[in-house]
Design a protein around this ligand. Structure first.
Ligand code: SF4
Length: 321
């Protein structure tokens, strides 16, 4: 049984398009900090839960009997993901388990008591994995060079191994809509490919399934939620690495676009689930060598480009040609 069936049964408002309650959530934004349990907070929480429920249902992320390893970095995204999954677990008719995992990479100043104390209080099963990837990365990468790609690879390997040790059937990561958009843009601008972080994938070790329950959630919503929840955030700059400048540039770009027209970014995100291979240039996705023309029928125009409401106009113009 899929989780979305349960969510829809218990709370129909959890269904629907992602982000539909944005305007309510953002009403009055900037005038005051959002207070936990206020009306605006409740709307925001509902939006995040609904978006997660929709993403989980759309991609069949969670099934009956799953044991989900929730990766907790101590950042706003992972705290929000854990809380959202705990809520969904409490309302779902299917049974699934959660086990929170934090990787202590031994960065200088890592506050190792914060997460165990938080998770104990929450009453969640958890495991802290201690692996000194910090020293490995520092010994392998020349000073001044970016360390993130080796660090991420090491972290990934440890998390995959831990999932196997814990008997986890899925690994949940806290990436959100903006991470997905920025990765999409990075791949396009620097990699010459159209791809991004999918909401669900088989990990490169072939043994683990990775899910991203916050795939439909906006980063700004998560930040507001985390602030109101007053999570004990662990800073992500303990390793001393410079922020990823290319990713930062993507963030600045989408922030500007949103200011210009908020629909652009929303539409770009929608476009990722609305791909028309016949109107792209990838010969592996579409066989351009086997075209058959129609000998009868009216000229339709290019219906993939022309919105339905303009087709009548197109038809009337075409008749004059
Ligand atoms: S910012 Fe630091 S901890 Fe994070 S991936 Fe990069 S090197 Fe690793």
């Amino acid at each position: 049984m899929k989780l979305d069936l349960e969510i829809s049964t218990l709370n129909p408002s959890l269904l629907g398009s992602p982000d539909t309650a944005d305007s309510d959530v953002n009403a009055g934004e900037g005038e005051e900090a959002m207070v936990k349990n206020s009306r605006r907070f409740e709307l925001l929480e509902k939006t995040i839960r609904r978006n997660a429920g929709k993403a989980i249902g759309d991609f069949n992320m969670i099934e009956d009997g799953d044991r989900i390893m929730v990766c907790l970095s101590g950042g706003a995204d992972s705290y929000t993901m854990l809380d959202t999954l705990l809520y969904l677990k409490s309302v779902a008719p299917i049974k699934f388990d959660l086990v929170a995992v934090n990787l202590d990479q031994k960065q200088p100043g890592f506050p190792e008591q914060i997460l165990p104390a938080y998770l104990e209080k929450l009453g969640v099963e958890y495991k802290i994995v201690e692996e000194d990837t910090y020293s490995i990365v520092k010994s392998k990468i020349a000073p001044g060079k970016t360390t993130c790609s080796l660090c991420s690879r090491l972290r990934r390997g440890i998390l995959y191994r831990t999932a196997q040790e814990l008997g986890a059937t899925k690994i949940a990561l806290g990436h959100h809509r903006d991470d997905i958009l920025h990765t999409f843009m990075l791949n396009m601008f620097y990699g010459g490919t159209i791809k991004t972080m999918p909401p669900k994938l088989i990990a490169d070790d072939g043994k683990n399934i990775v899910i991203r329950p916050l795939a439909y959630s906006k980063e700004s919503d998560i930040k507001k939620y985390a602030k109101a929840m007053n999570y004990p955030i662990i800073p992500c700059n303990l390793c001393g690495t410079q922020p990823n400048l290319q990713r930062q540039a993507m963030r600045e770009m989408t922030t500007q676009w949103e200011k210009h027209n908020p629909l652009w970014v929303k539409s770009m995100f929608t476009a990722m689930s609305n791909v028309k291979p016949s109107h792209m240039l990838d010969r592996e996705l579409y066989d351009f060598s086997r075209f058959e023309t129609r000998q009868s029928g009216e000229v339709q125009g290019d219906t993939l480009f022309d919105p339905p409401d303009s087709s009548e106009t197109v038809q009337s113009v075409v008749k004059f040609i």
